[in-house]
Write a protein of this length. Structure first.
Lengths: 162, 85
């Protein structure tokens, strides 16, 4: 995913729309805008958080979508990091699909992306699992919804990187 | 635990329409769904409820803000700090 600052802002709105169409309640007041942060290095980043419903009396599932874009030339950015996460409190598990600190992961494990799997939440048999790259936040959202609607994760079936 | 997804048949029953109508809505992307395989489609219940109630995504705008540090990544993970020469 790459684009100008304006294109990334439009993309961010489409990602928020997709989450809402899948029934995620975003933690953004309607009157507020969605923050697209520009840091001191000129990088852009955003975070969308929301919830999926649970059975009455049970805690909701928490959804998070984060992305960072590095400037590659004037007003042109490229996605360099992402985190897509679902904290399923009702079934007591966490799944996360990550790309961050790519140099460290490449040097240490010869991979760029990794995943997390906790069942129950807070219990990880492995710090980082092997994962597959996720093309953009639209695919990330689908992966999260697929995880939430699918069977309980089998963490032991994943390949541990450590 | 409440049901998390409907099959096309269940969604058709819920809305009182035909199987083909739901399949068309899914194909056109009007009813969000997850294609598990060529033949298996899951319609997440929250997505179905949003569609059935006619609820539309809220109109949003993006506010670009300058900050010292952006969104943190890898929070809570054990990633050693880069070594400086």
């Amino acid at each position: 995913m790459r684009g100008s600052g304006e294109e990334i802002a439009a993309y961010l709105i489409r990602v928020a729309d997709l989450l809402e169409r899948y029934g995620v309640t975003l933690h953004i007041a309607d009157a507020e805008g969605i923050d697209l942060l520009e840091d001191a290095q000129g990088r852009l980043s955003f975070q969308l958080m929301g919830a999926l419903p649970a059975a009455p009396g049970m805690p909701e599932a928490e959804i998070a979508v984060r992305e960072r874009f590095d400037p590659v030339r004037p007003d042109r950015f490229e996605r360099t990091e992402y985190e897509y996460e679902v904290l399923d409190r009702e079934r007591d598990n966490r799944r996360a699909f990550h790309l961050h600190h790519p140099e460290w992961f490449q040097r240490t494990y010869l991979v760029v992306v990794h995943e997390h799997c906790e069942r129950p939440i807070g219990h990880a048999a492995c710090d980082h699992y092997e994962g597959s790259p996720i093309r953009d936040a639209f695919a990330g959202v689908l992966r999260l919804i697929e995880t939430w609607t699918g069977p309980e994760p089998e963490c032991s079936a994943l390949r541990c990187l450590a | 635990m409440a049901e998390r997804w409907y099959s096309i048949k269940q969604a058709a029953q819920e809305l009182g329409v035909s199987h083909d109508t739901i399949a068309r809505l899914v194909d056109r992307g009007e009813l969000p769904a997850i294609r598990v395989s060529e033949r298996i489609i899951r319609i997440p219940v929250p997505a179905f409820d949003a569609y059935a109630s006619g609820r539309k995504p809220s109109p949003r705008r993006v506010v670009r803000r300058r900050v010292d540090i952006g969104v943190p990544f890898g929070a809570g993970e054990r990633i050693p700090e880069p070594e400086h020469a």
